[in-house]
Ligand binder design. Sequence first.
Ligand SMILES: Cc1cc2nc3c(=O)[nH]c(=O)nc-3n(C[C@H](O)[C@H](O)[C@H](O)COP(=O)(O)OP(=O)(O)OC[C@H]3O[C@@H](n4cnc5c(N)ncnc54)[C@H](O)[C@@H]3O)c2cc1C
Length: 398
Amino acid sequence: MEFRLNQEQQAFADEVREFIRTHLPADIARKVRRDQHLSRDDYMRWQQILGQKGWHTFNWPEEYGGPGWNVIQSYLFEVISAEMDCPIIQPFGPRMAGPVIYTFGTEEQKDRFLPGIRDSTVWWCQGYSEPQSGSDLASLSTQAEDRGDHYLVNGQKIWTSYAHYADWMFCLVRTRGDGRPQEGISFLLIDMNSPGIEVQPILMMEGTHSFNTVFLDNVKVPKENLIGEQDKGWSYAKFLLEHERVDNAAIGVTKAAMRRLKAIASQERSDERPLLEDPLFHARVIEVEAQLQALEVTALRVLSQVASGQAPGPVASLLKIRGTEIAQRISELTSQAVGHYALPFQPGYLRDEGAEEPVGPAHAATAANNYLWRRSMSIYGGSNEIQRNIIAKHMLEL
Ligand SMILES: Cc1cc2nc3c(=O)[nH]c(=O)nc-3n(C[C@H](O)[C@H](O)[C@H](O)COP(=O)(O)OP(=O)(O)OC[C@H]3O[C@@H](n4cnc5c(N)ncnc54)[C@H](O)[C@@H]3O)c2cc1C
């Protein structure tokens, strides 16, 4: 679905396109186009270019350095960025830590932490999950013992995306053991260079490294790094998760994947005609495209609600489920479209190392990897089963 833009929106879209055309480094765009893995440097280079323009934190209020865009402008920026092969903006700073800090932090914390997020000079990671606490996050057991001017933190976090790149971690810790599990949790900002932190990699099946286990052994965290009130961290954590789930709908990236699927299915042949003209395959593509259009409209509705200051609430769960299911379906159809050329295992090509050439057409080389990676979308940010529970309880009142 293409929205008809008014003159002002068209001028904005032109400005975004022109900026990306003249500033996005070609080597990064090439990797994104090929669906290859990006390094820390790739992400940081692009985010810093956006930071200098004031667009890295495009969803922030103006008073904290956001560009003052409305919902449509933010939406256009995301869609055009994906269409023009920009890397996704890593969410941990601008989408997660930043909004929590400017909403619940002190003036000192805002002055100290927001500039590094705005300029993308500091990489953040999310220390929520633990080996025994994923879906049941409130059962987390990493302890923060009150030692006067600091907390002494002991425990283990797991599945911590990009902890090996991170300078800082926002972390949920237990500061009280009695009462409801949600009541004794606090939200701490932890310097990843603190003595006692050890980051161990968890490698993905295709050989890349984005996950980690983070061990915290007697880590001293100054009291000034506590966000909001001690023992009240659950409400800040939930605020963050609701926003994370709206972002998980990932419309811009999914629209780009949809366009790629159609382009591939036009090039691949079935019974001597383009696969996209095969009635069955065409019907499958059209079905998911219609679902994506419906999601897009719903997401815009929710985003305008968020822009007017309301929390997204349980509808965020609905966006998360549909967004991730649609993205998974597109990756499935893309793998089907390239057939057996999805099969070769080419980690060197995926990581853009050396001169490994794809075995089949270039558009097939990362299809299987993409398919496998997208399976994780229905797990992270709270699994889709848990999102269904939230909808059942809070929307359907079952
Ligand atoms: C790609 C990726 C990136 C991640 N990045 C981070 C990160 O940066 N930081 C971080 O803290 N965490 C991260 N996670 C962890 C993620 O938040 C957890 O994996 C998720 O919350 C699920 O927890 P779990 O893995 O412990 O599964 P479990 O909670 O053990 O669940 C196992 C299965 O049981 C189902 N289940 C559990 N309870 C219920 C229930 N009550 N009703 C119905 N079904 C249920 C789940 O849906 C799931 O299918 C990441 C995960 C992935 C996949």
